[in-house]
Design a protein around this ligand. Structure first.
Ligand SMILES: [Ca+2]
Length: 94
């Protein structure tokens, strides 16, 4: 049972990393020329994108589990989390 919970925590952490990359990338793109009213419009428009919204919500929903998970990370879990890095790079470069 504990193993299942830890696996779940790893999944939440990966989802949170993806959500942070998506939101961070969007904020960077929108705010690099300063904050304008249309940035808020663009953000709202982006939240209408079901794939974007689903990933951000998945990351946000698990965030309360992350404290315990980060304090309890083991090497196999780190390796599993590292598998998310290529997806993060695609988001950040895209
Ligand atoms: Ca802007």
């Amino acid at each position: 049972m504990e193993v299942i919970l830890e696996k779940h925590g790893v999944k939440e952490l990966k989802e949170a990393l993806i959500a942070a990359a998506l939101v961070g990338k969007l904020a960077f793109v929108l705010l690099k020329d300063g904050a304008q009213a249309e940035d808020a419009v663009a953000l709202l428009a982006k939240m209408q994108d079901p794939a974007f919204k689903a990933k951000v919500m998945a990351g946000v929903q698990g965030v309360e589990m992350l404290d315990d998970e980060i304090q309890d990370l083991k090497l196999p879990e780190l390796l599993e989390i590292a598998q998310v890095i290529p997806e993060l790079l695609v988001i950040l470069k895209g």
